[in-house]
Design a protein around this ligand. Sequence first.
Ligand SMILES: Nc1ncnc2c1ncn2[C@@H]1O[C@H](COP(=O)(O)OP(=O)(O)OP(=O)(O)O)[C@@H](O)[C@H]1O
Ligand SMILES: [Mg+2]
Length: 270
Amino acid sequence: MHGRVLVIAGSDSGGGAGIQADIKAITAMDAFAMTAITALTAQNTLGVQGVHPVPPAFLRLQIDSVLSDLGADAVKTGMLGDAATVGLVAEMLAPLQIPIVVDPVMVAKGGASLLADSAVAEMKRSLLPMAALLTPNLPEAEVLTGMRITDEAGMRRAGEALLSFGCAAVLMKGGHLEGPDLVDVLVTEKRVLAFRSSRIATRHTHGTGCTLASACAAGLAQGLELFTAVSRARAYVQAAIFSAPGYGAGHGPLNHAVTVDPARLAGLRS
Ligand SMILES: Nc1ncnc2c1ncn2[C@@H]1O[C@H](COP(=O)(O)OP(=O)(O)OP(=O)(O)O)[C@@H](O)[C@H]1O
Ligand SMILES: [Mg+2]
């Protein structure tokens, strides 16, 4: 194991997204996950039944506890909830000289709002400029840029517009477009790269975004180059969707343990 990742995000009681997905993805990448929880959610594959925010002072305490002792090689932010929390997190991360992956979570797969409208401006002002990698899905990229995105060319244009907020790289996730091919577009100042794969026909995609961003953060914590970290994270998400366990009646969780092989430890397989 190597690479320490601090995740600042919300808990998903259903275990498929949020902090739970983050810990599983980071562990599956053989890195070490630490957490500062912004909110508890009562959630399952059907939707979000309730949200219980953590008081800002206690969020601050969690981040301080982790950084003052264990330290971190990368940070990943997910659900932040409101403008005050975005501002607090940005202020606490500002002095750090490590890669920060910002997943600008706004709406859960079932439609529940996870970020107040008033927090969007604060996110653009304080958090985006410090991101080594921003990972919006298409609705989030539309809110952040005010652009309509309907195809790959639009993804590229929106990614370039997002760079102007000061982030070093943007991974535009194409999960929300239709069609048999799935493309994610990585945009940096130097280059634009399209990652292509087949869309897997499944309803088990709960937490794909959290999982992808956390796997990217693990790679960066381990010193991988950005392209390699994204490429490995995408391969992981695809394998985890393919082997999803099929739990729940709605958008089910992925198989985060696709990289884990306990039978080998037990000597059942060489
Ligand atoms: N059906 C699918 N088959 C293969 N890959 C997928 C599928 N759906 C999403 N992905 C991949 O999962 C990753 C996350 O993309 P997506 O657009 O779903 O993010 P998201 O909307 O933020 O997810 P979430 O709702 O979990 O926050 C991307 O790499 C995307 O290409
Ligand atoms: Mg998402």
